[in-house]
Design a binder for this molecule. Structure first.
Ligand code: FEO
Ligand code: CA
Ligand code: CA
Ligand code: CA
Length: 629
């Protein structure tokens, strides 16, 4: 890839460096990461970066971060800054219909269908009118250790059914009596559970393909359920996007069989697995239903306004272990969706719709996600630099080697086996792409690369400019800016916003110390959930090592931080209870209420009868002000 091209950013190349670059340049030369020879000149990271310089001269404003940061903590509770309050909002097993049974480990699958699901993750707040809203929440998974009294040591068909009812999506109506005081409305007409057996439709270019047909569905278009719903997205036409991640863990087989290579790439295994649904539900036995697993690993679009609507699995967005779906309407009206595939050495994708968003005729937008082009990212840089340009490579049958000679016979093959297509076209292997977030105040896009212990260690996961740290146990956040601010462009510029690390343990010249915007006061590892608020504050959630010891000493429990994308400053905002990850965030439109997910706590958090429960918490300011300001 050529680095000669200079575009409209080039006139900034000699501009004085930004505040941000001054903060990080000391600590972030790729030379330090690669331990290059003394002959390599020291690279001042960011100083010569077109991206950094594009943001080099923002008006001098005060920091976006107006709260007093909190210290790291190992306490089994939620801690927020002075002047803020956090309350439990809704938890696994709470009623979402008036007839729901009270939470108990002995609840039935039918009981669970009327209760909030387990392991809440990504979520979206949708305002209906001044005092009425909908909260759509993913229920990523369930934990047999808390779901069943016997930890699932013995399974039955009903226990499998209950496990299937505990996952998927929960949609709940909210109402408020007065400002900021949002509450769940158990009687809400829109309240709905979507489970691993809800009827759905496969749509888009792969729908009806032979590889999606099963005994129960010879059409290859009708599928039951969604599960491992990790993170999310939403559309301006009022729908919710739920993203299917580690679907492989729900499949297995009674007999040990050879798993086809194409499925092994997605982690499908024979024999027993995480949940053993196959023991009582043939659909999940890969020997009996070898194609069922191809019907999962998609982005699913749900209309929360119509409780009878069939969710649609949008195959045009590709099949992989989807983290979230960051959607924007491009300047030319096309819908652009950025998508991460959370696995070590997998890839980062982008979908661009064929049709254009129609603000005035909502019905015209209904199937925009069915037709368009999928791309995968390739990051380039000059030798010794940790910023550069990049290219979106098209994943279209017949192009870029996606041909029958290489095993792709049509577009359905390209989409169902998007990972193989990405490899075929030479996409960059990444350190586990988790959430993507688009800054509403700029054209910049951020993606968490949570960690990758195999980087530089395993074959096929060689160090590259965008993933520069060997044995990357702390993770980093990469960002890019599309050429000319056009998200449909195939070109972009990129750099790294933060390298997490432990500057207390490791000296400045050790890559494990992280970038210089990491200090003893804001250390964290494994960034995962991210999102922007209206003011352009970047909220960062962690799903990492909470031992508070060894390499992770001083980091405490999983947490939520807030970053200023202009200055690089990062402050810790929240510390979670024991054993949890912090995942899922959504604001009320006025940004005065923030909902945050506490997933799989292991202590006493939200406990009933000693069973800790995943919980959505609600955060407000005591003075009713804007969160983070
Ligand atoms: Fe469900 Fe990649 O986190
Ligand atoms: Ca995650
Ligand atoms: Ca994670
Ligand atoms: Ca999780």
């Amino acid at each position: 890839m050529s680095h000669v091209e200079q575009d409209d950013h080039s006139n900034n190349l000699n501009a004085e460096s930004s505040d941000f670059s001054q903060i990080v340049e000391k600590g972030l030369s790729r030379r330090r990461f690669l331990q290059a020879s003394a002959a390599t000149s020291t690279i001042a990271f960011f100083t010569a970066s077109p991206l950094a310089n594009a943001m080099a001269r923002p008006p001098k404003t005060q920091s976006l971060l107006g709260f007093d940061p909190i210290a790291a903590s190992t306490a089994d509770t939620v801690i927020v800054p002075r002047g803020y309050q956090a309350q439990s909002f809704i938890a696994w097993g709470d009623a979402i219909h008036p007839s729901a049974a009270a939470f108990s480990q002995t609840n039935s699958s039918a009981d669970q269908e009327n209760q909030f699901g387990d392991n809440n993750d990504g979520m979206t707040f949708l305002l209906l009118d001044r005092n009425r809203a909908v909260l759509a929440v993913n229920n990523e998974s369930t934990s047999y250790s808390t779901l069943f009294e016997d930890s699932g040591n013995t399974l039955t068909a009903e226990k499998v059914r209950r496990s299937q009812a505990a996952v998927g999506v929960s949609i709940v109506e909210l109402q408020r009596a007065h400002r900021g005081d949002w509450q769940v409305n158990v009687n809400g007409r829109l309240n709905r559970r979507i489970t691993a057996y809800t009827e759905m439709e496969l749509t888009g270019p792969a729908a009806g393909d032979d590889k999606l047909k099963t005994h129960a569905d010879p059409s290859g278009t009708q599928v039951l359920g969604t599960f491992n719903n990790c993170a999310n997205g939403s559309t301006p036409w009022g729908t919710y996007l739920t993203c299917e991640e580690n679907f492989n863990g729900f499949f297995g087989s009674q007999n040990k069989i050879d798993v086809p290579d194409e499925d092994a790439r997605y982690g499908i295994n024979s024999g027993d697995g995480w949940f053993n649904w196959h023991q009582f539900d043939d659909r999940f036995d890969i020997e009996k239903e070898p194609n069922e697993n191809h019907r999962h690993g998609w982005v699913v679009e749900i209309d929360p306004m119509n409780p009878q609507s069939k969710p649609k699995k949008r195959t045009a967005l590709g099949r992989f272990k989807h983290e979230n779906a960051a959607l924007t309407i491009n300047k030319n009206g096309r819908v652009v969706v950025y998508l991460g595939d959370d696995e070590r050495g997998e890839h980062l994708y982008k979908f661009v719709s064929k049709g254009k968003y129609n603000e005035h005729k909502p019905e015209k937008n209904r199937d925009l996600l069915d037709e368009g082009t999928l791309y995968v990212a390739k990051f380039d840089a000059k030798d010794g630099e940790m910023h550069g340009d990049g290219e979106w490579i098209e994943l279209t049958f017949g192009q870029n080697g996606l041909t029958p000679e290489n095993g792709f016979n049509n577009q359905a093959d390209v989409l169902i086996f998007a990972r193989q297509a990405a490899t075929q076209v030479g996409a960059t292997t990444m350190d586990r792409p988790e959430w993507v977030a688009i800054n509403p105040k700029s054209d910049q896009v951020f993606c968490t690369l949570t960690n990758n212990k195999y980087r530089g260690v395993r074959e096929g996961q060689e160090i590259n400019a965008a993933n520069p740290r060997e044995n990357n146990i702390y993770g980093h956040i990469i960002r890019w800016e599309p050429k000319n601010g056009n998200h449909a462009s195939s070109k972009f510029f990129w750099d790294i916003y933060v390298m997490a690390g432990n500057p207390e343990l490791y000296s400045n010249d050790d890559p494990r110390s992280g970038s210089t915007n990491i200090t003893a006061d804001n250390m964290f590892n494994s960034p995962d959930g991210i999102g922007f608020d209206n003011a352009g504050r970047l909220w960062i959630q962690t799903d990492g090592n909470y031992s508070n010891s060894g390499d992770f000493a001083g980091m405490g429990n999983n947490q939520m931080l807030c970053g200023d994308p202009n200055t690089g400053e990062i402050k810790r905002f929240l510390s979670g209870p024991t054993g949890c990850e912090i995942t899922g965030l959504t604001f009320s439109p006025d940004n005065r209420t923030l909902f945050v997910g506490i997933q799989h706590p292991t202590g006493d958090f939200s406990a009933i009868d000693g069973i800790p429960r995943s919980t959505v918490i609600k955060i407000t300011r005591e003075d009713g002000g804007v969160i983070g300001a």
